[in-house]
Structure formats: C-alpha cells, structure tokens
Design a protein around this ligand. Structure first.
Ligand code: ADP
Ligand code: ZN
Ligand code: ZN
Length: 796
C-alpha cells in the first residue's frame, strides 16, 4: 500500500491522508470520498509518516496518469494558501477551471448476496433493490430506499469493500462537446430540376461555407425546402460538433506597423533587456492615457515569442473587447488564447488544454488567467494594474496583480505593471526601489491632452440644476459642431433613495442595511446590493402621503434631463442596467464608432478604454460621488476615475476639452487630476496614508463574521476580545492596531448580520502572525461564517 496527502477543496487548512495500491505522481487528480460526498483531490505528496493508529480510506479512482498541474502552479498554490490563509485545496480550486472537478455518475450492481453481521436491515434493503444482471444508477437506488444518506453511504462503501456489490464510476467532466445540426453541401455533377424556392435556398447555401450550422439558414428558408434539397442529393443535414468561437476574429491579419516614440523605445528596450537576461524584474510602466502603453506590451510579447518563450497578459474584464482582441490578433495571429468570464466550462477547459499542450503560447485574460498553465514564461503584463477587479472577492481573496509578481519570480520572468494612475502600493514599491519605473509622458502623433475646466457648483445660481451653465453651453456647442460627447455620472438608477416628505419614512432593503435606489425606467425600488426590488409605491405605506423626496441623481435621471434639454440629440445610456445583455457593450461601441450617438452617458463603465477620435468633450456631472464614500481609498479612486475619463477626450486631431463639476473644487484629488499630475497626487496621498496608518505603508487584514442572529454573533465574536488583548499588549500601537470586533459599516447584508475585525500592522509578517493566532485560538460555533481578507479593498 502507498499513502498520499491529498489537497481537497474544503475549508480545513490541512491535507488528508488516503491510501492506494497504485503509484501516483504529485499533481494528478484522484477521486475520494470525504464525509458524505465525493471530491476531486490533487495528490500533493506521498505521506511522510504513516500514522498506524489511523484508518486510511482508499482512493476510489486515479483520474490522471500524468500530472495535470505543473510543479510551478503547485508551488503557487502553496504560496497562496500561506499568504492568504486558506487551505491548499481552496487555493487550487481557485486556480483550476471548474471542469477539473470530476462529475460522477455512479452505477451499481449486485455480485453476491451474503449474510451481513451486525446488519441494521439496510444491506438487505439494498439487496432487494439491486440486480446482478443490470447496472442501476446509484441515485435511483438511493431515492427508492429513502433512508438517511450517511447510513446508506456507509453500507454501500462496506458492501463494495467486501465485494458484495460492484460500483462503476463514470466521469462526466462538464466538457461534453455541443452538437448541432449542420448543412453540408454535396458535390453536384449535374444540377437537378429545382422549384423556385429550392433554387433560392440553393443560392443562399452557395454563399456559405461547405458546411455550416442549420440555424444560420433556417430563417431564410424552411425545413421542407431543405429536406427536398437533401432528397435531391444536393445537401446533407447531419449533426456535427459545434465549434463555438469566443470572439469573431477577422478573417485576415493586418499588422499595423508603428514607429515607436523615443519614450516607447526606451521602455521597450529596458523590458527586452531583462527578458533576454532571463531575470526576474518588475517594471512599473506609468504612461498617461493614450500614450501607447499597449504598443509597448505588444513589442515585449513579440520578443518573448521570438525567443520561444511564452507571455501572459492580464487586463480588466471590461477591457477585453473585440477591438482589443482584434489588435492582438493582428499582432500575433491565431495562437493567442483568450480567457474571459463569458466562457462556459467546456470552452475554458479547451483553452486550458490548448495552453497546457503548448499550442497557445500567448494568453490574454481577466484575473484568473494568471493561473494559465504556461511554461517558460518570458513576461507577465498587467494592464491597468490599479484596477480593483484584479482582487477576487471570494476565498481565496487574492489580487491577480500581486500573484503576477509572485509567479514571475518563480519563472524568472519580467513583470510589466502598466497604468496611467498606478496604485499607491505599486508607486511606493517604485519609490523604495523594488520596481523599476518607465514613463510615457506624451501621446504619439503629438495629440495633446485635453484642457480641463473645473466648475464650482457652489456658485451655480440654481442648485437643483444638475448641469451647470458652462457644461450646458459646451454640450450645445459640440452638438452644433457634430462632435461627440461623453458624460460621466458614476451612479446608476434614477436616485439613491426615496423618502416620504411628511413622515420621513426612508425606503430601505429588508435584507440589507441600506436604502433602496429608485429606478424610473422600471418604476422600481431596487437594492444595489442584493437585488431585492419592490414596485415604486404611489403613496407612503406609513402615512398615506403622496409626496416623496428623492436622493442624489443617477444616470436615469440625467438621461431624462438631457432629453428635455437637448431634444434633437441622440443619447445613449450605458450602465449595468442597460448593459445586461452580453453584446450590448459591443453594440454601444459600434454605435459610437459609426457616429450614431451624440451623447454617451454612463457610469465608470465608460471611463476606460474607449478610443473615439470624434469625442471632443468629456463632462463629469458630479466628481463628488466617489469622494464622499467612507473609504480610505476614496481620494485615490476619484483621482483614477477623473484621469481615466478625461483621457477619453481629444484622442484624434481635434483638441479635447473636459469639464468637471464639483462641490469640492479645491480637493487635491480633483486639482491634480485636472492636470494629470500623478506624482503630486501620489506624494500628498502617501503622506496622509502614512499618518493614518493605512496601506501602502501599513498592511491590513480583515476578518468578517456573519450570522442570522445579531445577539449570537455579538456573543460569539466577543471571544476574540481576550486574544486581541494579548496581542495588543505584546505589540506597541506604532506596530499593530486592531479594531473590533465591531459591527461592520454595512451591518446587515442579505439577511446576515456582520461584525468585523480590522488588523493594521507595519509588516506583512506581523499581520500574518496575528491572523494565525486568531485562526488558532478563536473557536466559534460552526454557524458563524468567517472569512479572512488579506490586503482588503472592501472595508464595508
Ligand atoms: P494606451 O495603452 O497607453 O492607452 P495605446 O497603445 O492604445 O495607448 O495607444 C493609443 C493610440 O495611439 C492607439 O491608436 C495606437 O495605435 C496609437 N499609437 C501608439 N503608439 C504609437 C506610435 N508610436 N505612433 C503612432 N501611433 C501610435
Ligand atoms: Zn409617510
Ligand atoms: Zn438588499
């Protein structure tokens, strides 16, 4: 017998011992029973010391002959589990496509009836259900028996081990091919006589590929017509595998040759130097919006390709547009793999295997693409490295950008972190000499940055007006000139709350501790957190009054105002309400590009990536929305948003203008953003963060505890007080600060009450120690849900 330590996707932070007669290699998948269910586990290592007092269960199936996961990714899993304080199994399941998990269909049959000693009657019941001739689905047997499943599982396992029954396990790895009917054209020697409708259909068929999905033609003709063509031997209709393409790639590549600017050349040659030396190095590429960062990435990846090495590029999900894909397709052709969240399990699995086999050596994708099974990586690029979407919001709460640096170190690869507004974490690493700075200060082809004007809303005569006189006049001017306008209002819906004017009733979510937003299009009140909605009441349910006051304006309200103010203008609203459908972003893009929109109005969704030469005005309706959020990163987020959205203006030959409306015209995040003075902003912000003991100088970790009953939650979390007291006594406040346990700012979410503990320390080492101490000593009832967040972005 051999003994193995297996990583299982469960919370318990340890490995589990199982035995097998087979020799299994580290990194292979196995199937084991655990508790009352089955899990796909990863063989971590051979057990070093077998505990003779333990009863080891047998491994049910060895799924892979060769390791599915390379040693480097196992090392990365190990790093993640230690850094983020999660189990190895949790780390691995975040890294691997979900099709990795074996889905079981089990069948069972009887081998030989036997007397069972100490039977409780269940084995006999099982015998009665089974036959020795036919395989039966285990789930059917279980349903028929209708007995406590743990008992049933116990006896099934017992009967199998004693060779009384036989169990057959069939894998269904979520990766079945999709099949659909195809029309296949036959070789025709002589054209038979056709009716008019058949001839029409034949003409259409001739314009298509030799074989194409039936659904592509069914709307242009009818089934009987196609059947008739089939009878006459002209086509066949047969099932074929559907080869879904993820993006429609253009049919031919058009490589765009650009002459790099001096700044771009310097950046590229620094990166290439490091790649050639095969050394780990991290560059921070700080380039203003539209300065040609992507061009630098493309050159770096080309170098890797020429050296036979692979390359990985992370982009925020929203930037993964067809235009972006087309640009990389033009540069690299078909051997790029695109990993985005719209892939289904099978597609993701296919891409994964293509990468693993070496067919695709260039990977572009959102956050989890950082775990792509590439070998011999030359460079890892993280575009818009400051984006919070790189942070995963469930366990393990990793940051893809930080993993990029760790993985590059393991691969001796070069990291390029690119942004117009670097995160302060990365900026501090640059100041401390950990990262090497590369800068792009100009836009190529001497297109200038737009001119920016701040409008102080306190000076507006009519405070209820959401659009200042200045902005209104500018919009009119641009409409006249047939130039395009982008307006940002970073709040969706019509207004942020609804309140009864006479009795003061505020409509709030019954499941969460927040007010409901009014959505005028649907005439609904909607919880932006859990999605709970009610119809907008006609009168107050408390006092019967018909008069309501409405909170701060969202995009729907602005849209209405614009429609009234500029009746002729073609207005397009873009927010997560209007962008429900998968292709709405693309169709928005097309409409803007073809000039069918005069005013594009939207939330932060429109602040990034858009590159339209005819946009000459960007207006920010209220710069204060992100500033007023109670979050230590509020100023940073405001600076980023304003800089990004301002960068949408003046990207062509016509000069661009930006108008920012605010009640805080002197706030440093706004004044520096208008001049795109990142360094001034960062210097000021770093001082403030340091004074308040916030990242990047200090490290943070957060425990969140959740329970249905606040009283129990309060009692349970109070158990942390003495543990935290000890820690506070051991480390002085200049090293360690602990807040809590206290109610979280959003104390109730989705019917759960939430308390949290926030730990601030001057080193990661100390943070990690404190988290370990709490994990070890804090023993809470299992009904309390606990989650750990290292380097959290969300403190609400
Ligand atoms: P960023 O990624 O910094 O926003 P891009 O790489 O997308 O910038 O460049 C913005 C635009 O400028 C793109 O249309 C790109 O093709 C073009 N561009 C970039 N570098 C050059 C160059 N050296 N010469 C001419 N055009 C360039
Ligand atoms: Zn009322
Ligand atoms: Zn809610």
């Amino acid at each position: 017998m051999k003994y193995y330590d297996i990583a299982l996707p469960v919370r318990l932070p340890k490995l589990f011992g199982y035995k097998s007669s087979e020799e299994i290699i580290k990194g292979c998948r196995v199937l084991v029973s655990f508790g009352n269910s089955f899990h796909t586990g990863i063989v971590w290592q051979e057990t070093k010391t077998v505990d003779s007092t333990l009863q080891y269960k047998g491994i049910l199936e060895v799924v892979d002959e060769q390791p599915k996961i390379a040693a480097q990714l196992l090392d990365l899993a190990d790093w993640i589990s230690k850094y983020y304080h999660c189990s190895l199994g949790q780390a691995l399941s975040a890294m691997l496509p979900s099709a990795f998990n074996i889905q079981l269909q089990q069948q069972v049959r009887l081998l030989e009836k036997k007397q069972i000693p100490e039977s409780d009657g269940i084995p006999e019941m099982i015998f009665n259900e089974l036959s020795s001739l036919n395989w039966q689905n285990i789930t059917d047997v279980k349903t028929n028996l209708n007995t406590k499943s743990s008992r049933l599982n116990y006896w099934l396992e017992y009967l199998e081990i004693n060779q009384i029954i036989e169990i057959k396990r069939v894998y269904d790895a979520k990766i079945k091919k999709k099949v659909a009917n195809f029309v296949v054209r036959n070789k025709i020697v002589e054209l038979p006589k056709l009716t008019e409708r058949q001839a029409d259909a034949w003409q259409i068929i001739l314009t298509k590929e030799a074989s194409f999905p039936l659904k592509d033609i069914i709307h242009e003709t009818t089934r009987p017509v196609l059947k008739a063509l089939e009878k006459k031997g002209m086509i066949r209709i047969e099932p074929q595998e559907l080869n879904e393409t993820y993006f429609v790639l253009p049919s031919s590549r058009q490589e765009k040759i650009v002459n790099l600017s001096e700044e771009q050349k310097t950046a590229v040659s620094s990166i290439i130097d490091s790649v050639e030396k095969h050394e780990f190095n991290t560059f921070l590429l700080h380039g203003i919006t539209g300065s040609g960062k992507t061009e630098v990435y493309i050159r770096a990846i080309k170098k890797c390709r020429d050296l036979g090495r692979s390359a990985l590029m992370l982009v925020p999900e929203i930037s993964l547009t067809p235009q972006m894909v087309e640009r990389f397709f033009n540069a690299f052709g078909e051997n790029i793999a695109i990993l985005h969240s719209h892939l289904n399990d099978r597609q993701r699995w296919e891409q994964w295997n293509k990468i693993k086999s070496g067919e695709c050596k260039i990977v572009i994708g959102a956050r989890s693409a950082i775990f792509a099974p590439l070998e011999n990586i030359g460079t890892i690029i993280v575009d818009e490295e400051h984006e919070t979407t790189y942070k995963q919001d469930k366990t393990p709460r990793y940051n893809g950008r930080d993993i990029a640096v760790v993985r590059a170190r393991m691969s001796n690869a070069v990291v390029v972190l690119g942004s117009a507004t670097p995160s302060l974490e990365s900026w501090l690493n640059n100041i401390n000499g950990k990262y090497e700075l590369l800068t792009l200060t100009h836009r190529p082809l001497s297109y200038n940055l737009p001119t920016v004007k701040i409008v102080d809303m306190r000076n507006e005569v009519d405070h209820k007006q959401l659009l200042s006189k200045t902005l209104r006049a500018k919009i009119e001017e641009k409409l006249e000139a047939k130039e395009q306008i982008i307006l940002l209002q970073n709040r969706r819906g019509h207004s942020s709350f609804v309140q009864c004017i006479s009795c003061g009733k505020l409509f709030s979510c019954p499941h969460c501790d927040i007010s409901l937003n009014f959505h005028s299009h649907q005439q609904e009140l909607l919880c932006h957190y859990c999605g709970h909605k009610i119809n907008m009441p006609r009168k107050c349910p408390e006092c019967g009054s018909y008069m309501f006051s409405f909170g701060a304006a969202g995009t729907q309200q602005i849209e209405k105002i614009l429609q009234i103010m500029f009746p002729g203008a073609r207005i397009l609203r873009m927010d997560s309400d209007s962008a429900r459908k998968k292709d709405s972003y693309d169709s928005m893009f097309e409409r803007m590009k073809s000039g069918n929109v005069d005013i594009l109005l939207g939330t932060q969704m429109i602040a990034k990536g858009l590159d339209f030469a005819n946009v000459t005005l960007v207006g920010v309706i209220s710069a204060d929305i992100s500033l007023n959020v109670p979050d230590f990163r509020a100023a940073e987020k405001t600076f980023q948003l304003l800089t990004q959205v301002a960068g949408r203006s003046g990207r062509g030959e016509k000069p661009g203008e930006v108008i920012i409306q605010t009640y805080n015209p002197d706030h440093y995040s706004i004044t520096t953003a208008t001049k795109q003075h990142y360094e001034t902003f960062a210097a000021k912000e770093l001082i403030l963060r340091k004074a308040l003991k916030y990242p990047p100088d200090f490290k943070i970790a957060r425990f969140v505890f959740a329970h249905k009953t606040e009283k129990i939650l309060k009692e349970q979390t109070a158990k942390a007080i003495p543990i935290l007291g000890n820690l506070r006594n051991t480390y002085p406040p200049k090293q360690l600060l602990i807040l809590g346990p206290v109610p979280a700012p959003m104390v109730k979410l989705q019917n759960n009450f939430r308390y949290h503990i926030i730990i601030k320390a001057d080193s990661y080492k100390l943070i990690s120690h404190v988290v370990s101490m709490l994990n070890e000593h804090l023993k809470l009832s299992s009904s309390v849900k606990t989650s750990i967040d290292i380097d959290p972005y969300n403190l609400m």
